[in-house]
Design a protein around this ligand. Sequence first.
Ligand code: A3P
Length: 300
Amino acid sequence: TSIPIRKYQNFWFPEAHLPGIMAIRQHFNPRPDDLFLISFPKSGTTWLKALAFATMTRTHYPLDRHPLLSLNPHDVVPFMDDLFVAGQASKLEALPSPRILATHMPYSLLPDSITGSGCRIIYICCDPKDVVVSLWHFSAKASAAKGRECFPFDKFFEMACEGDFPYSPIWDHSLQYWKESLKRSEKVLFLKYEEMLEEPAANVKRLAEFLGCPLSEEEEKEGVVEKIISLCSFEKLKSLDANKKGSQGIAVFKVANASFFRKGGIGDWRNHASPEMAQKLDGIVREKLEGSGLTILGVE
Ligand code: A3P
């Protein structure tokens, strides 16, 4: 990408993000009821943040006067790494329990204090081809804001295939959480963006059950699931002032809130990558996931 990246313990990271990751490894104090939302960048993090927050707090806020109507999902569920980098770790301590926090860290880099503390983790994964397209647009916008150019798409795509790409290798990132979700299904929930688009109601119910707050019969009758889905939908969030204005992130990597709502949906890779390029990345991903039981809709 056009941002400098560095390899650390088998994964590549934006240099600007590494201090936050180190700080979490050394200084983060988890609470047993913390919930972590984790993803490879551009895999549906924003949507997961909105859905998990809306589901978990549904009895606190009326859905028609909800914080998500006036705040960006990243303001409601912060990236803990960013807070450390910004010197705002005290904000993490000040958050009331149960906290919902996010990171893009690979499982192998999470400190034992998180993995061994009984905290819940929800991971979201998405077809790597769509992830690459989304990240390319996202990086291009961030670069343009700084007067820099992003790599051409073909080069960017090739870097993803090689695995030297921020937070990559993407297949290892997802596989680590997949394996953990098989071992500890009560603590690690593995979601797929494509399945969530196909069956949002079933996935919101899954989320609620995993979070220990399953939907009651009465809530089902009142259409609470549908209300959550509608509040968190791409169209709804994109239309809100809070998401049209403002920005996120640390000074070195600031991005407009609007950049998190580009196109939504799946399959935009078809408008960017040739069938040969797609075949190459699919082939690599298929091979890497072989035998794991993890399948990704769209990887052929
Ligand atoms: P596109 O760039 O393909 O549009 P992340 O949140 O991990 O940064 O991922 C960003 C991708 O999720 C973007 O994909 C974005 O449009 C999509 N997205 C954001 N909000 C969404 C929502 N509420 N529902 C579905 N997809 C959403």
